[in-house]
Design a protein around this ligand. Structure first.
Ligand SMILES: *Cc1c(COP(=O)(O)O)cnc(C)c1O
Ligand SMILES: [Zn+2]
Length: 404
């Protein structure tokens, strides 16, 4: 039996192929991220057999890069619920609305998917020291999984990143560095430090190594499996580096090639905040790459990425699936965060809430209609961003009176 059908790495820009049995970074020819390619003919399992496996993302191990079960580093991540949201759906005019709730993952965000697979594979390929820039959640997840794997991690994040993510790095023994700047500044500092060090550091920034995306692609496989190996009409994804969106596209293509799925892929919708919307701007201009946004700002920290390394892959995935790209205001996404919590009991992260506002806009524009089955991706737990909610509650003296 094949545990992993990983075959080689491929550059999606120039088509060059690379050995997947050693650690690789970007394509040496053109600086593009590399993608894992599988020998799908070696995959002999099928959805019926997968159904009997443990409820975590490793149930898709043939389509993951880790070569054997002994190399899997896990905290039980994956198979998060795909929940109907009928009251919110009625409000938006989308009666078949679903929310994929990745807020339930270890570390409180879907970065756990990429970290579980990325750390497992890095360790398998002999890495002992990991270094990365982050807006917070990825650093929290990689530090956590590095601890689980017994590896060292140095994590650089903006000083104003959500404080819970600092705590997650600190408590799991990561070497935390706070940068007075943006994630791009943190990335430049980490890159320079890795080049300057004599030690064997592995730089695991977004898309700089090829396996984080393999973890994130499992969202697409889970959505299809949870719908009975069927695809929805649209998936709305809050886009920063775009790893999840590129990953979902990749996973659905692989599953379709295996015959696990058939028909059209869902329309993939890239959702950004108006304060940082390089993909939306490029999509609307018909461009193949984005232009770096200056002074980007949004309360949805995970999608504050001024220029994504994989921008051309995000735009390809959106266009290949007849999808679109939408930017929403912070004030609107915060209002929709509160509305979703009241109507459904779902405390979304601000990035997830951005997809609610985007769905509303896309119904107004006619891109989505009432017959569509639409999946919103909630990429993190609302509870890790307590500052998005203002609490206005009276305090009563203990010998006072509580009126109902
Ligand atoms: C990182 C992050 C995103 C964006 O994910 P990408 O794959 O980088 O586009 C969205 N939401 C949350 C909560 C995140 O942490
Ligand atoms: Zn290349």
């Amino acid at each position: 039996m094949t545990f992993s059908a990983l075959d080689h790495l491929e550059c999606p820009r120039c088509g060059a192929t690379y050995d997947a049995t050693v650690r690789q970074g970007l394509c040496p020819a053109d600086g593009s991220p590399l993608l894992a390619r599988y020998d799908l003919a070696r995959v002999t399992t099928d959805p019926r057999r997968i159904a009997g496996r443990a409820p975590d993302l490793w149930r898709y191990h043939e389509l993951l890069p880790v070569s054997g079960p002994e190399h899997v580093v896990t905290l039980g991540e994956g198979m998060t619920p795909l929940l109907p949201a009928p009251r919110l759906g009625a409000e938006l005019g989308l009666p078949r609305l679903l929310v994929k709730d990745d807020g339930l993952l270890p570390t409180g965000s879907f970065k756990a998917r990429g970290a579980a697979v990325g750390v497992s594979r890095a360790k398998e390929l002999g890495a002992t020291r990991l270094a990365m820039p982050t807006n917070g959640n990825a650093g929290a997840a990689w530090s956590t999984y590095a601890a689980r794997a017994g590896l060292r991690a140095t994590i650089a994040m903006p000083v104003d990143a959500p404080s819970i993510t600092r705590a997650e790095v600190a408590v799991t023994g990561g070497d935390l560095r706070l940068v007075d700047g943006l994630i791009s500044d943190a990335g430049a500092l980490i890159g320079a430090a890795v080049r300057a060090s004599d030690d064997d550091w592995f730089e695991v920034a977004t898309l700089k190594e090829p396996y984080r995306i393999e973890g994130k692609k499992t969202m697409g496989l889970e959505i299809a499996e949870q719908l009975g190996w069927r695809m929805p009409d649209a998936i709305l994804y809050p886009t920063g580096g775009g790893v999840g969106l590129i990953g979902i596209h990749k996973a659905l293509l692989e599953a379709r090639e295996l015959g696990w799925l058939e028909g059209d892929l869902p329309k993939l919708v890239s959702v950004q905040a108006t304060g940082c919307a390089p993909i939306v701007t490029a999509f609307e201009a018909g461009d193949e790459e984005s232009v770096e946004v200056e002074d980007s700002a949004t309360v949805a920290f995970g999608i504050n990425v001024p220029k994504a390394l994989g921008d051309f892959l995000i735009l390809r995935a959106v266009r290949d699936t007849a999808g679109t790209a939408v930017a929403v205001d912070d004030a609107d996404l915060l209002a929709d965060l509160a509305l979703t919590a009241r109507l459904e009991g779902m405390f979304l992260c601000p990035e997830g809430a951005a997809t609610v506002t985007a769905a509303r806009r896309l119904v107004e524009s006619g891109f989505l209609d009432a017959g569509d089955e639409v999946v919103l991706l909630n990429t993190g737990a609302g509870v890790i961003y307590p500052d998005t909610v203002t609490v206005d509650a009276p305090t009563i003296a203990k010998d006072g009176v509580l009126h109902l």
